[in-house]
Design a protein around this ligand. Structure first.
Ligand SMILES: CCCCCCCC/C=C\CCCCCCCCCCCC(=O)SCCNC(=O)CCNC(=O)[C@H](O)C(C)(C)COP(=O)(O)OP(=O)(O)OC[C@H]1O[C@@H](n2cnc3c(N)ncnc32)[C@H](O)[C@@H]1OP(=O)(O)O
Ligand SMILES: Cc1cc2nc3c(=O)[nH]c(=O)nc-3n(C[C@H](O)[C@H](O)[C@H](O)COP(=O)(O)OP(=O)(O)OC[C@H]3O[C@@H](n4cnc5c(N)ncnc54)[C@H](O)[C@@H]3O)c2cc1C
Length: 642
């Protein structure tokens, strides 16, 4: 199963080897539990481990393999981030995709050797979503052949970029490029922010940390202002766009090609979210198989809480989602790598498809991951609320994904643009022009679902039902939009009036893709035992998801009330079937205790001993009487007693 999750036997074995090596290297372990550290201590601890990793990485992993790097990162540095989180996730990808060969030769080796630390500075205090209204300017000075970066007002301060505040000395900065008074829109520039020797901010740069956040606090998300700060013309990233010395602008082959670093993260973050969901579920499911509370049969002893159907219903559909996200994420990364290769050689024809797909997936996956993690926390009762479970930290980090890399509603609307265009093709009889991801929009569906009528139909009838509701909602939302425009409404106003319905279409389309990715994977599996276990999980997935969106299929009678009962019964049937495999389905992800950082979810299952030991190690318990008591509470009580 681990091979299915991680992509191959070799990958699963390598993960085990890496975890085993790290277990033998105490210098790479947290020196005390992270929840007992202040933010400053955590940042120091992370930097300590990061520098050891830089020295010893080659002994542990193949540093050129992103999957091994990511695993090493999760084990040693953890999900709260590190001083170079953005360096690997956005700075290097931005340089790799957007810098010319000559620029790459100059900067990439230095970045890869970690001579310099970089980030991606795009969002501003006043604007994150609407990139056209970013306010930082890069004005070309023909006389000196330099760009002058400037922050005209407070809302133009860069705000949020990870590791910008304190760690990075370089950044890819996105600014509106102005040449001879003409604004060419947002473009990426390589900018040195700090002196390489002293790490002091360079003259003309105002920089700092934006303060503590809901989670992810090891990362120093920062602010940045420029006061007429000059950089050479050749610091504009020039793989796709060029500016000649005389100010001539050579436009890129696709208007949005400079957005590739964002698409990179959107593609890669899906498996990151799956891992966080599976981690939280691993903790909750292990705990639920240890925790005994109440009886189902009063004549019997107290049961493990995992025996309760409500507990299973709370956890198991999310286990199925974690697998589904992992499989869909793996497919998306493959597609991304393919499109990136094509883009580098000038073929930009697949960019729109990839943008639509990743926009929908990042939105649905992050939202459902958040839901699943929060349910996992609640499934642990009181102990889930303790930082000993670590689930609240996992939640805080994962839920950030709903906002970063494009706010979810906004990204769903991006996919909706693509769906509406596809609907227009269907309506004008040009279905043959539909791309493979939306080809189903042009296929006539049966009048009713055959879900409970064709035994052994595999998952075909389920996929057809998901296709039906997605198609119907897309065409309905598109009709609504076109209808408003026909009545004379301006395009943007009509769009806004339909946007809730449009986003519903985007979610349904994306959920269909996730189901299909799960089906594709299960169909590929040769090992009969693995196939059987995953087929059960897939049954739960399709029935649970369909029940969740059933109103769309009931509206037009595609599903009947009796079919709904059938689907519901299937959910209960598969909850029971999955119960014996539940812990194994999560243990198969092979998270080490070091990586999980959860006292509640350790592999040994000694929940109560571990919790008591952890509580005793709390800094508050170093003394029996705290100074807050001697200084304030004791005098108050004494005064009251007088
Ligand atoms: C140790 C190292 C390990 C390395 C291992 C790697 C493994 C990594 C694994 C896991 C990763 C986990 C990551 C966790 C850590 C994450 C850290 C946090 C990082 C966060 C960084 C950021 O947030 S950066 C800032 C992100 N900002 C945004 O996303 C902004 C959102 N807004 C937009 O994208 C745009 O404004 C917009 C798309 C909403 C609109 O753009 P614009 O105004 O320019 O568009 P128009 O309206 O003019 O035109 C729309 C038109 O353009 C098309 N389009 C838009 N974008 C694209 C695109 N990217 N590609 C192709 N086409 C695009 C769109 O479809 C429209 O087309 P039409 O034909 O007109 O419909
Ligand atoms: C943990 C974290 C890390 C980050 N890291 C980075 C980084 O490294 N680099 C970087 O540059 N940025 C980073 N960001 C910033 C992030 O990319 C932005 O916050 C994000 O893109 C959302 O933009 P915003 O904050 O402007 O939200 P807003 O756009 O102000 O969103 C507020 C609300 O308005 C709605 N809204 C906005 N526009 C529309 C619209 N057109 N239609 C409908 N509804 C709309 C949204 O749906 C939302 O409900 C990070 C953010 C976080 C939380």
């Amino acid at each position: 199963m681990a091979a299915q999750i991680w992509g191959s036997e070799k990958r699963a074995r390598r993960r085990r080897e890496i975890s085993a090596k790290i277990a033998q290297m105490p210098e790479l372990h947290d020196s005390k539990p992270l929840p007992f550290m202040t933010r400053e201590e955590k940042i120091m601890e992370s930097a300590r481990k990061l520098t050891i990793l830089t020295e010893k990485m080659g002994q542990i992993i193949d540093p050129t393999d992103p999957a091994e790097l990511y695993h090493l990162n999760n084990e040693v540095l953890g999900l709260e981030g590190n001083p170079m989180a953005l360096h690997g996730v956005m700075f290097i990808p931005a340089l790799s995709a957007q810098a010319s060969d000559e620029q790459q030769a100059k900067w990439l080796p230095r970045a890869l050797r970690r001579e310099i630390i970089g980030t991606y500075a795009q969002t501003e205090l006043g604007h994150g979503t609407n990139l056209q209204n970013l306010e930082t300017t890069a004005t070309y000075d023909l006389a000196t052949q330099e760009f002058v970066l400037h922050t005209p007002q407070i809302t133009a301060l860069k705000w949020w970029p990870g590791n910008l505040g304190k760690s990075s000395n370089y950044a890819v900065v996105v600014a509106h490029m102005i040449i001879k008074a003409k604004n060419y829109g947002p473009h990426p520039f390589m900018v040195q922010l700090r002196d390489e020797k002293t790490h002091e901010p360079l003259p003309g740069i105002t920089i700092g940390d934006i303060g503590p956040k809901m989670a992810y606090n090891i990362v120093d998300n920062g602010f940045l202002g420029f006061n007429k700060y000059r950089i050479p013309r050749t610091n504009l990233l020039m793989r796709h766009t060029k500016v000649e010395a005389d100010g001539t602008y050579i436009k890129p082959p696709h208007a949005k090609i400079n957005y590739s670093a964002m698409v990179h993260v959107r593609a890669y973050m899906l498996t990151g979210q799956a891992i966080m969901l599976a981690s939280a579920l691993n903790i909750a499911t292990r705990y639920s198989s240890v925790r005994r509370q109440g009886q189902i049969d009063k004549s019997q002893p107290e049961v493990k809480v995992l025996e309760y159907q409500t507990q299973q219903h709370r956890l198991f559909p999310s286990i199925a989602r974690a697998y589904a996200f992992q499989f869909a994420g793996a497919e998306t990364v493959k597609l991304y790598e393919h499109v990136l290769k094509e883009m580098k050689s000038g073929n930009v024809s697949l960019m729109a498809d990839l943008h639509a797909l990743t926009s929908g997936l990042k939105s649905v996956v992050t939202y459902q991951t958040g839901e699943g993690i929060e349910q996992a926390r609640m499934a642990c009762g009181g102990h889930g609320y303790s930082m000993a479970s670590y689930i609240s930290e996992i939640y805080g980090v994962a839920i950030g994904g709903c906002t970063y890399e494009g706010e979810n509603m906004v990204m769903l609307l991006q996919l909706a643009r693509y769906l509406v265009k596809s609907a227009a093709l269907v309506k004008s009889g040009q279905s043959s022009k539909l791309g493979p991801l939306v080809a189903y929009l042009g296929v006539k569906s049966e009048p009713t679902s055959l879900i409970d009528r064709i035994p052994n139909s595999g998952f075909t009838e389920y996929v057809k039902t998901f296709q039906h509701v997605s198609k119907r909602q897309t065409l309905k939302a598109a009709d609504m939009f076109f209808g408003l425009m026909e009545k004379g409404e301006k395009r943007e106003i009509a769009w806004n009036k339909c946007s809730v319905e449009l986003n519903r279409a985007s979610r349904l389309h994306t959920r269909l893709f996730i189901v299909e990715a799960f089906v594709r994977r299960v169909n590929e599996i040769a090992d009969i035992r693995i196939k059987e276990a995953l087929t059960d999980l897939l049954h739960l997935h399709v029935n649970y998801e369909l029940l969740d969106i059933a109103s769309y299929a009931l509206e037009d009678g595609f599903l009947s009330a009796s079919q709904l009962d059938y689907i519901r019964d299937q959910v209960y049937l598969y909850l029971g079937k999955i119960r014996p495999n539940a812990v194994s389905l999560l243990d198969s992800w092979e998270f080490s205790d070091i990586e999980l950082r959860s006292v509640l979810g350790r592999r040994d299952g000694n929940v109560y001993e571990n919790l008591f030991k952890w509580a005793k190690s709390s800094p508050l318990n170093k003394t029996d009487v705290l100074s807050s008591v001697t200084q304030y509470l004791k005098p108050m009580m004494e005064k009251a007693r007088l």
